[in-house]
Structure formats: structure tokens, C-alpha cells
Design a protein around this ligand. Sequence first.
Ligand code: DCP
Ligand code: MG
Ligand code: MG
Length: 510
Amino acid sequence: MDVGDEDIEDETDWNSICSDFVQPPHVVIHGGKYCSKVPVPPVQRVILHFDLDCFYAQVEMIRNPALRNVPLGIQQKYIIVTCNYVARDLGVTKLMLVTDAKEKCPQLVLVKGEDLTHYRETSYKVTELLMSFCPLVERLGFDENFMDITEMVERRIEQNPESAHYSYEGHVYNLDTSDAKVMVHPRLAVGSRIAAELRAEIHSKLGLTGCAGIATSKLLAKLVSGAFKPNQQTTLLPESVKDIMGSLNGLRKVPGVGHQTAKRLQALGLVSVQDLQLFPLADLVREFGVSTAQRLQNLALGIDDTPVTPTGAPQSLSDEDSFKKMSSTNEVWQKVKDLLSSILDRMHKDGRQPLTLRLTIRRYSATNKWFSRESRQCPIPNHIGQKITSGNCDALAQLVSMAMKLFHKMVDTNTAFHLTLLNVCFSNLQAKCAAVSKGSIASFFTHRSPEKTQASSRCQEDLSQSVLGNLRGQVGSDVEAGNSSLIACERGKGSINIMSPPTMCLPSTG
Ligand code: DCP
Ligand code: MG
Ligand code: MG
């Protein structure tokens, strides 16, 4: 799980190796307009990317409708992790310091967002709803889902060939849909209609609004989904791939190119997306090896053929907290106990039996602040595992003692120590029945009992959720560093901080 793997970054875990990339699209764009004589590749797949609007704020506004019309900020530690669009209109932005936000907008209403229980529940409801239309749904973080609707589109066109003549629903990237020259790609047009229907469904069933991107790959769907916000959708035509890639302001904006990779690219003199597009592949290969080099260059060209990989139930459950300084064994013991009792509750609801306990620490380091996690793990004896599953409270004391042994393996408490993060994790989750072992989100749900509000404010869920958990864990330290861009780069680090391939299956960079 270790976060040491910092090459898969951003909000995505572009973690599969792409062996057979498609060739770059042979597209010539004239002033951003489609020219019908130019050959473009046929639309092979139709991929949707959904991203909910101001997600945590929406969940809070649903829980308390009085918050709908006031500027609302969701606070974690000293940061506004998100805010509703009323607040955004008044100048508040995501990841603003609370003090700055209050200065900008004194009437800002703050709600604590450290307990992720409701966000997690709502997040899974969205995935589950989408899965009821098509099983090819892949979660990415708490508020994003990819969906491969190619078959749905084909079926619709077969059943109703007229639908292929539909125009686009919503926006078309960089094009004016009223312009007669806008080429209708039947599959994308039908895809845009399906996206609109799914968004309407999410709204009518769950009361949530969000944006969607419609394109031929995950990379492009993700890039285009935020073109118009909030509560809108945008289709990217193959003719505009070059435009959208060219519009990205720096390599870090390419999903899949994370902080570390960008640094290595910069060392080669590459800063812009175009730099990477044009860089001799052989030179890139020398630095990254063949597959990563090729993948990186393909990403820069907007090429991505990684599949939408349906998300299963989480492969592990973990919880963590970060702090400025922890330097006594007693404090560690108390924190480990708190974290364990929170995941014990979730593990019990999940119904599977964890076979492994892992403890992760982060020591203070002035030079390597973000990526210096260490962990130790041990098997959980069957009798304790069974207590966890059955909700027997005795398990807590035994697990705390196991975790403290792991702690002492890593930290010599006879000398001074300075920790900034603790994470406890149950992994190797063993299903009790076949339905769960299929690992579907739906079965994960089915086997969960109704969730109570958790007292702990630091729940973290592995799988894509660890993106946010990890990131959230960094927020406190980030405030100290005053560096919010690092927060963003940590997101993807979170997404790889898991036992099994988690989120977006675009290739990793390293
Ligand atoms: N989040 C977080 N810490 C961050 C970034 C995000 O806790 N550094 C949480 C809060 C967000 C949620 O993740 O509500 C989803 O993140 P998005 O980037 O999608 O932001 P929002 O959904 O809040 O807003 P938008 O409407 O811009 O998508
Ligand atoms: Mg969002
Ligand atoms: Mg998002």
C-alpha cells in the first residue's frame, strides 16, 4: 500500500500498463472548427465521466436544506475543502484557508466535514445507481465515476436508428452546437443523451447535481467534464482532442502525470504538454523505460485506451489522522485506539473478516514531507478476526496491543521521535459468503447494515476513497506549509495507497 509509490498521481490511479496504444488521431483543426474533409478516427468507445458538484457541500445541503441559499464552506482542520456555489460566487474557493475565506466572505457558514460517513454513503449510492444501468462503472475518489456506455449506445442505435441523428445534449467542447458545421458523431451524440438521462436520474433519485464529460476515453472524458460547471455536461469530439490537450496549463494538468513525474520531466526540460508531445521518445525511454515513456507521451497526445474497470468492494479499510507533532507513546496508544475503534465499527458492518493489520506512520521530515511513510503489518489471528466480524468489543484491546507491537518495531521510543501521521488498516478482507467475494459494490452495500453516524472524524476508506482520506490527512500539514498545490498532488498518492488496483486504470507513470 505504501505511498512510496508516488508515480501514480493526481486524482487518478492510472495504474494499468497500456501496451497497445492507438495511434494519435489524425486530426487537423482549423481555428477550432471541424472541417469535414479532414479524416478523423472513428469513435470506438463512449466513456462518461461524472463529477458531482461541490460534493461535501451538497451532502450537507441535503441534510440541512436551510444551508442551500447561504454561502457554505466545508471545513477540515484549517481548510475549506469545498464550498457551495453561492460561496464561490462570493469569492470563496476550494482549499482556501478558513481565515482567508472568512475575510473574503464574512457571512460564510462553516460546517465541519471531518466525519466522512455521510459523504461515503452518498458516494456509494451514486455508484450503485449508475451500476444499475450498466455494470462498467469505475469509481474515482468520492465524487467521480467513469462509465463505459459503448454497449448501451450501440443498443440504443440498433433499437432506434433515428437516435443516431440526434444532436448533442449539453455543450460540445470548443464548438457552438448551433453551428451547422459541427459534425454529429452518432455514438457520442447518443452518449451525450444517455449522460443527460443519467444526470437526471442522479438528481431525481438522490437529489444531487453534477457534471459529465462524454468522450472516447477516460482521459478525455475526465478532462472535458469540468468544462462547464456546475450541473452541466460537455462532449469532446475527436476533432477537438488537440485543442483540449493544448489548453492544459502545464504537465501536472494531465491526469496521470503527478508531482514526481512532472519533476522528472521538468529535469528533462519539459514543462508544457506540447514539450512532452514533441520530445524524442528515445530520450524519454532513457529516463522512464519503454512502457512508461510511451504512455506519458500518449497521455500528452490525449491518447488513452485503458478500460473502465468496474470497482469492487474496498480491498481494505483504514483510518488515519495527521497532526503537527506526536512524540509520546501514550499519545500514540490513544490515537491508535481511536482509529481502530472507528474501523472496527466499519469492518463489522462490512461483514468480511480482515486477515491482516497494518500500522503506518509518518515521521516528521523537513526534506521529504509528503512521501515518507513507513508501515509494518502482521496477521490477525482467526479468533480475533471473528470477534471483529461479530462486533465483539474485546477485539479492540487485542488489536491495540498488536498495533503497538508494530509501532515499537518501527520506532525506538527510548529516543525522541516526532510523528505527523498514524494510519491503521485492515486488509486481506475475507468474504464470508460468495456474494461478497464477488467484490461488487452492490454486494458491498447489501452486506452493510444501516450506517450510524460515526463519532470518529477521521474515517478513511481504501480503494479510491483513500485518495481523499490521504489528502485530508495532509491538509493540516499543508496549512503549515502554506502550499495548497501539494494538496492536489497528494490526491493521487492517496489513490495508490491501497492494496489492490484502485481507481482509474490509466497507466501509471513509473
Ligand atoms: N476534497 C477534500 N480535499 C481536497 C479536495 C477535495 O476533502 N483537497 C473533497 C471535498 C469535495 C470532494 O472531495 O467536495 C470532491 O472534490 P472535487 O474536487 O470534485 O470538488 P467538489 O465536488 O467539492 O467541487 P466541484 O463542483 O468543483 O467538483
Ligand atoms: Mg466534484
Ligand atoms: Mg471530483
